[in-house]
Structures are given as structure tokens and as C-alpha cells.
Design a protein around this ligand. Sequence first.
Ligand code: HEC
Ligand code: HEC
Ligand code: HEC
Ligand code: HEC
Length: 151
Amino acid sequence: MKNAIFIILFSLLCFFVSSSFAEDNLYIGSKACKDCHEKEYSNYFKYAKKAKSFESIRKMEKKLTPEEYQTCFECHTTGYGKKGGFISEAKTPELMDAGCEVCHGPGSLHAESEDPELITREMSMENCNTCHSKDRIEAFDFKPLLFGGAH
Ligand code: HEC
Ligand code: HEC
Ligand code: HEC
Ligand code: HEC
């Protein structure tokens, strides 16, 4: 009986220790994918407008209030408002632009382990709709382009 209680308490302890040490999956920026995915990386920088999406908003910064400017970050940067995502140009320069991880999800655990299970491959329009929202879709027919804008 005493043993059973001990085992239960010990298991609980292990659970709490391991869960508090479990690593979060964080955003690491497109450059961190480069060495292992040379082809996707160079195609993305050559062809995807996303690779210049910070430039697009910076051009308009002067015409906007700081509050208005901040609303652009949600779609024109990587992971803004999410854990480990874009904060500011000074603090997280590697997450300026809408990078690989806006589609593939945060990549720190995948980059460390090289485990393909730890990165999103299958995508649907849901993955795009957060930024290519309804009023933007009307202006921009991207639906046949699920594989566009990438690499
Ligand atoms: C240290 C090397 C390394 C880094 C860094 C890395 N990857 Fe990978 N990635 C791999 C390997 C290895 C595979 C498995 C390749 C295979 O199965 O053919 C893979 C597979 C993938 C896949 C396909 C997953 C699947 O289910 O087939 C995607 C998507 C991917 N990586 C995206 C990324 C992104 C985005 C980044 C940067 C955030 C990144 N990778 C960083 C090594 C890396
Ligand atoms: C985090 C926001 C975000 C997500 C998620 C997102 N996009 Fe985009 N996408 C953008 C922004 C911002 C631009 C415009 C960049 C610019 O011109 O400044 C863009 C541009 C594009 C373009 C224009 C053509 C080009 O050469 O880049 C296509 C096509 C596109 N995205 C497809 C997709 C698809 C397909 C998905 C889903 C798999 C997706 N996007 C997910 C933000 C996003
Ligand atoms: C809800 C997501 C979202 C927000 C918020 C957002 N954008 Fe965009 N933006 C996009 C997408 C998606 C595209 C590309 C597709 C399109 O043209 O509809 C784009 C395209 C652009 C382009 C056109 C680039 C080109 O090459 O034609 C400019 C400029 C731009 N955005 C500036 C801004 C500014 C400035 C803000 C903030 C006031 C902002 N955006 C906020 C999603 C967003
Ligand atoms: C607009 C969304 C989008 C962006 C941005 C994007 N990808 Fe992808 N990626 C996709 C889609 C869609 C696939 C295809 C999945 C499939 O075929 O199953 C894919 C597939 C891949 C694969 C697997 C390719 C293969 O043939 O096995 C790798 C690796 C990858 N992407 C890496 C990257 C890297 C690195 C970046 C940034 C430099 C990036 N992706 C940016 C949407 C995107």
C-alpha cells in the first residue's frame, strides 16, 4: 500500500518535472531553414512577394499612425502576437516578413531534431485565410494558387 502511494507520487512528480521542461515550438525565421532547404529558400527569396512583405509596410509607415502601422504586423511579419513570434524590428529582425513559418508553422523543434513530423506539410485554405481574408480574396483571386506564393 505504502509502495503504491509512493509510486503514484513519484509518477506525478516526474510528470510535472517533464512537462515544465518540455520545450515550446518557437518561430526561428526563414534564414534558419536555409542550410537544410537550400532550394525552397532560394526560390522563396527569388519569387515570393512574402519575402518583401516588410518592405511593403515600411514604405507606408510615414502615412500611418503608430497604432495603424502596428496592425500591419499581423500579416506582414512572422508570428506577430503569438508565442515566440515577431515583436519589433529591433528585437526580432529575423521575423520581419511573412516567412516560411507563416505557412509551415513554428520551426524550432523541427530544426533541432530534423523530424518531419514536427513541421506542418499538409495545408488547406484555412492556413491562408488568416491573412488572405475575405475582403482581400475578392481583390485577389489566390484560390487556385494554394501552391503559389511559396517556392
Ligand atoms: C538541420 C536541418 C533542418 C533545418 C534547420 C530545417 N529542416 Fe526541414 N527538414 C529537414 C529534414 C532532414 C527533413 C526530412 C526530409 C525528408 O524526409 O526528405 C525536413 C523536412 C521538412 C518538411 C517536409 C515535412 C514532411 O512532412 O515531409 C518541411 C515542410 C520542412 N522541413 C520545413 C522546414 C522549415 C520551414 C524550416 C525552418 C523553419 C526547416 N524545415 C528547417 C531538415 C531541416
Ligand atoms: C501571415 C500571413 C500570411 C499567410 C498565413 C499566408 N500569406 Fe500569402 N501573403 C501574405 C502577404 C503579406 C503577402 C503580400 C506580400 C507583399 O506583397 O508585401 C502575400 C502574398 C501572397 C501571394 C502573392 C504572390 C507572390 O508572389 O507572393 C500568394 C500567391 C500567396 N500569398 C499565397 C498564399 C497561400 C497559398 C497561403 C497559404 C498556404 C498563404 N499565402 C498564407 C501573407 C500571408
Ligand atoms: C489581414 C492581413 C493583412 C493585414 C492586416 C495587412 N495586410 Fe497588406 N497584404 C495582405 C495580403 C494577403 C496581401 C497580398 C494579397 C493582396 O494583394 O490582396 C497584402 C498586400 C499588401 C501590399 C501590396 C504589395 C504589392 O506588391 O502590391 C501593401 C503595400 C500592403 N499590403 C500594405 C499593408 C499595410 C500598410 C498594412 C497595415 C496598415 C497592411 N498591409 C495590413 C495582408 C494584410
Ligand atoms: C505560402 C505558403 C508557404 C510558404 C511561405 C513556404 N512554404 Fe514550403 N510548402 C508549402 C506547400 C503548400 C508545400 C507543399 C506540401 C505538399 O506538397 O505536400 C510546401 C512544401 C515544402 C517542403 C517539402 C518539399 C518536398 O518536396 O518534400 C519544404 C522542405 C518546404 N516547403 C520548405 C519551405 C521553406 C524552407 C520555406 C521558406 C524559405 C517555405 N517552405 C515557405 C507552402 C509554403
